[in-house]
Structures are given as structure tokens and as C-alpha cells.
Write a protein that binds this ligand. Structure first.
Ligand code: HEC
Length: 96
């Protein structure tokens, strides 16, 4: 490796984990919702599941049902991180 390549390599090593952490700390709730929830939920119309604007506005209820599921609503505790579930709960509350 040339000196310049070496330098770039170490810069990349140093910054890559920092970028990964900041991405994990701030999950993109809108994107997650589209990918994981929009099959059954929309903001203002009923699909297989209730519209967001008719859901409970109790943060704990939203978190509990997203985590553990309820009837036809799947549980997400093994599919999403706690931070992702928190971001989705915020997204639900913000769209009521
Ligand atoms: C396979 C379809 C399906 C998917 C996918 C799905 N849901 Fe649901 N969800 C439902 C159904 C059906 C209910 C109604 C459950 C009941 O009360 O019987 C529900 C209920 C809920 C409730 C409770 C609302 C209330 O006030 O009672 C929340 C919160 C919720 N879903 C969040 C989510 C989130 C967040 C996602 C994505 C991570 C998601 N759901 C993905 C079908 C789905």
C-alpha cells in the first residue's frame, strides 16, 4: 500500500464503527413502517389492522402490542430492536 492508501484505510477503520452506531441509534421509523407494517396498517384507513389515527394514544399500549403482538397482529420482539420499536411507537403517536 502507498502511504496515501494506508492513511485512507485507517481513516475508514476509525470512522466506520462511528457511522454504524449513529445509524443504529436513529432508526428511520417511516422507512421501517413502510417495510414492516404498511401491509396491514395505514395512517388513516383500515387495512387488515386498524388505521394509525384510530389506535390507542397510550405509548405503553402501543409498545406492548408491537412487542408482543395481539390476535392477528404479529409480535416484533424477535424481529426489531428496542430502539426500532421505540421509533415506531413515536411514529404512531406522531401520526394520530
Ligand atoms: C399481518 C398484519 C399486520 C402487520 C404486518 C402489522 N400489524 Fe399491527 N395489527 C394488526 C391487526 C390485525 C391488529 C388488531 C389486533 C386486535 O386488536 O385484535 C393490529 C394492531 C396493532 C396495534 C394496536 C393498536 C390499538 O390501539 O389497539 C399496534 C400498536 C400495531 N398493530 C402496530 C404495528 C406495527 C408498529 C407494525 C409494524 C412493525 C405492525 N403493527 C404490523 C395486523 C398487523
Amino acid at each position: 500500500m502507498t502511504n496515501n492508501q494506508n492513511r485512507l484505510f485507517f481513516i475508514a477503520l476509525f470512522f466506520a464503527p462511528a457511522l454504524a452506531v449513529s445509524a443504529a441509534e436513529q432508526p428511520d421509523a417511516e422507512q421501517l413502517f413502510k417495510q414492516k407494517c404498511s401491509l396491514c396498517h395505514a395512517i388513516d384507513k383500515k387495512k387488515l389492522g386498524p388505521a394509525i389515527n384510530t389506535m390507542s394514544n397510550n405509548e405503553e399500549v402501543l409498545r406492548q402490542i408491537t412487542t408482543k403482538g395481539k390476535n392477528a397482529m404479529p409480535a416484533y420482539e424477535d424481529k426489531l430492536t428496542g430502539a426500532q420499536i421505540d421509533a415506531l411507537v413515536e411514529y404512531l403517536l406522531a401520526n394520530q
